[in-house]
Design a protein around this ligand. Structure first.
Ligand code: HSE
Length: 395
């Protein structure tokens, strides 16, 4: 049994408990049969209706002095007391996993050194990019490279707000309230919209990429509050989207690092990153550009990153990457999976067989439509009734 404590049972902390419960079997399997047990939850509030309500305490000393606790999961947000508790936990020989970008950006250097000197881990995958794996891939999978630049849409809330304003004509306050309801925004959303959150995240990435700590206080930081709908419309006319970016680049003169809205050309995949999604492009001198994409905020995506760090620490003896041989046929018949087809036909009966689908006329006198979703088996049977020129699956 691996006993852990969660500090802060808000959106992310409760998400961690949910993921650990929901995926308990597969996680236990990855830990060669060991179970992860949430022994304590530190929070000022009580959760009488939650199944872990009896684990809630306000006494950090009890947690940090418990020899059974091997890992502290800090999901409190804000610098204090999160930093102080993390430091105390490391000094007491506990591993620490955090989603707290403010603490990592402001105190990461100190806490990482402290963790090293106490032979414990301080892991922070969830501090950047929500559910996107970026910290460990940069550290491990891109280790062969000298990183030349990192550019990212790093704040889910602002990208969500910009998307809602541009695509749905929502006003700023309404879009922000929605982001708050969905658990994307910071406790003080000024950190999102004024750019500080992006700034902290690009500093964490740049510190990791270039090997020296970059203090957010020294980085130019603009948010999205001055962007007008006229700016957006004019940029669109020219073929650009407006995105809040964190950007860090190694140059001969030193590290160029900035947080600010940028025009991103439609030919750059970042221009199509919508809603709460984040995207990060890392350029290495051997690999070239590598892009990471996924949900940048939210309960379960962020918890996914936290729990992966928990598992990483819990794998005391790391299992080698492997798979096993099975005599059983584990693949399903692809014809039983639900699909949609793009169909091109010149059969006049198609409109009867596929009534309800939208048909469009093609230049060559044929016409095309997209089927409703059904198993490929059933759709193929139905398509056998008409003459089909092409049928292509829709992603
Ligand atoms: N407020 C942050 C965001 C949460 O919107 O990206 C995830 O770090």
């Amino acid at each position: 049994m691996i006993n852990i404590a969660i500090l802060g049972f808000g959106v992310v902390g409760s998400g961690v408990a949910e993921v650990l419960k929901q995926n308990a079997d597969s996680i236990t399997q990855k830990l060669s049969g060991e179970k992860i047990n949430i022994k304590y939850i530190l929070d000022k509030r009580t959760f009488p209706d939650h199944e872990l309500g009896d684990r809630v305490t306000t006494d950090f000393e009890k947690i940090v002095s418990d020899p059974e606790i091997v890992m502290i999961v800090e999901t409190m947000g804000g610098s204090h007391p999160a930093y102080d508790f993390s430091k105390q936990a490391i000094c007491a020989g506990k591993n620490v996993v955090t989603s707290n970008k403010e603490v990592v950006a402001n105190y990461g250097t100190e806490l990482l050194e402290l963790a090293k000197s106490h032979s414990v881990n301080y892991l922070f995958e969830a501090s950047v990019g929500g559910g996107i794996p970026i910290i460990r891939p940069m550290w491990e999978c891109l280790a062969a490279n000298k990183i030349q630049s990192v550019t990212g849409i790093l704040n889910g809330t602002t990208n969500f707000i910009l998307t809602k304003m541009i695509e749905e004509g929502m006003d700023f306050d309404e879009a922000l309230s929605l982001a708050q309801c969905l658990g994307y925004a910071e406790a003080n959303p000024a950190a999102d919209v004024e750019g500080m959150d992006t700034c902290r995240k690009i500093c964490i990435l740049a510190s990791l990429a270039f090997g020296t700590a970059i203090d957010p206080k020294n980085v130019h930081c603009e948010g999205i509050t001055k962007i007008s709908s006229e700016d957006v419309a004019a940029a669109e006319t020219l073929g650009y989207s407006i995105k809040l970016l964190g950007k860090a680049e190694k140059r001969a003169e030193g590290t160029y690092i900035i947080t600010a809205p940028h025009l991103v050309g439609y030919d750059n995949p970042m221009s199509g990153v919508r809603d709460v999604y984040n995207a990060i492009t890392v350029c290495g001198n051997a690999v070239g550009d590598v892009m990471f994409y996924g949900r940048g905020a939210g309960k379960l995506p962020t918890a996914s990153a936290v729990v992966s760090d928990i598992i990483d620490i819990a794998r005391v003896c790391k299992e080698p990457m492997t798979w096993t041989f099975s005599d059983e046929d584990t693949c399903m018949d692809h014809k039983n999976a639900p699909v949609r087809f793009f169909v091109r036909t010149n059969d006049p009966n198609a409109k009867d067989y596929f009534a309800g689908c939208v048909f469009c006329d093609c230049e060559d006198g044929t016409y095309a439509f997209i089927t409703d979703e059904d198993t490929e088996f059933k759709l193929s049977e139905k398509l056998n009734n008409i003459s089909v020129l092409s049928a292509i699956r829709v992603l």
